[in-house]
Ligand binder design. Structure first.
Ligand code: KIV
Length: 265
């Protein structure tokens, strides 16, 4: 069994201008596929609330949900670093409870760190956790847990005051000890400025090509959801069509008594 990607390795990748590849996964089988493809970081995102559980937002996801999925992903991977999202509500709690949640996540799932949405406002929490040796990835810009506050999943930082605030957020989470920061749904020019100013790596989603790395939701990049194709997503295959064809063929063969054939008996 090889060693997983470590924190110092991620820092070195920024120094060496080597782009960081991050993909979400939520279960054992996908974790195996992602790990074997050589992806650096597997994010068990709370996007699972939408793409696995079918909610409209990530807000209903619980700590137990995150631990359940992260445990399966850790079992399915050997080389990738595995990061677990803090679900909505944890960072709004007293800091001792936040630490207890982080310890539960890391102890029960075996993952390598946690991701926390928010900037300046969660900087003290990030500082508290990193002093207790909990590795933290921060997440600024379009933070999906703030969807009700933003009034939708809208690009953030389009005007100067908003852009300045996002830069302040990114600097604050870096100063607090985050080892990387996700930049989501912000103008590429702002992402580029933040990437230049920060010494920790930036990992972009809908934030242009100048970030130190990129992350996508696995179901989006595999084209599994025909109803969701925002501009920042590239479908590397049309998974929904392929799966539909396979399932139709299976249905036909079962109905016609062709499956199981001689090879399957
Ligand atoms: O929950 C998630 O999957 C995420 C990524 C899209 C960055 O936060």
């Amino acid at each position: 069994m090889g060693q997983r990607i470590t924190l110092p390795k991620v820092a070195q990748m920024k120094e060496a201008s080597q782009r960081i590849v991050c993909v979400t996964a939520y279960d054992y089988t996908f974790a195996q596929l992602v790990d074997r493809a050589g992806v650096d970081i597997i994010l068990v995102g709370d996007s699972l609330g939408m793409v696995v559980q079918g909610h409209e937002t990530t807000l209903p996801v619980t700590l137990d949900d995150m631990i359940y999925h992260t445990t399966a992903v850790v079992r399915g991977s050997q080389r990738s670093m595995v990061i677990c999202d803090f679900p909505f509500g944890i960072c709004q709690s007293p800091k001792e409870m936040v630490l207890a949640a982080a310890v539960r996540i890391m102890k029960e799932s075996g993952c390598d760190g946690v991701k926390i949405e928010g900037g300046e406002v969660v900087a003290d929490t990030i500082r508290y956790l990193t002093r207790q040796q909990i590795p933290v990835v921060a997440h600024v810009g379009l933070t999906p847990q703030s969807v009700k506050f933003f009034g939708g999943f809208k690009v953030q930082g389009k005007d100067k005051p908003e852009a300045d605030k996002i830069l302040v957020d990114a600097l604050a989470v870096e100063a607090a000890g985050a080892f990387a920061v996700v930049l989501e749904g912000i103008p590429p020019i702002l992402a580029s400025e933040i990437t230049e100013k920060l010494s920790i790596p930036t990992i972009g989603i809908g934030a242009g090509v100048e970030c130190d790395g990129q992350v996508l939701v696995i179901y989006d990049l595999l084209g599994l959801n025909d109803d969701f194709k925002p501009k920042f997503v590239k479908q590397y295959m049309h998974g929904a069509d392929l799966i539909n064809t396979a399932l139709k063929q299976f249905t036909k063969e079962v109905r016609e008594g062709v499956f199981p054939g001689p090879d399957q008996q």
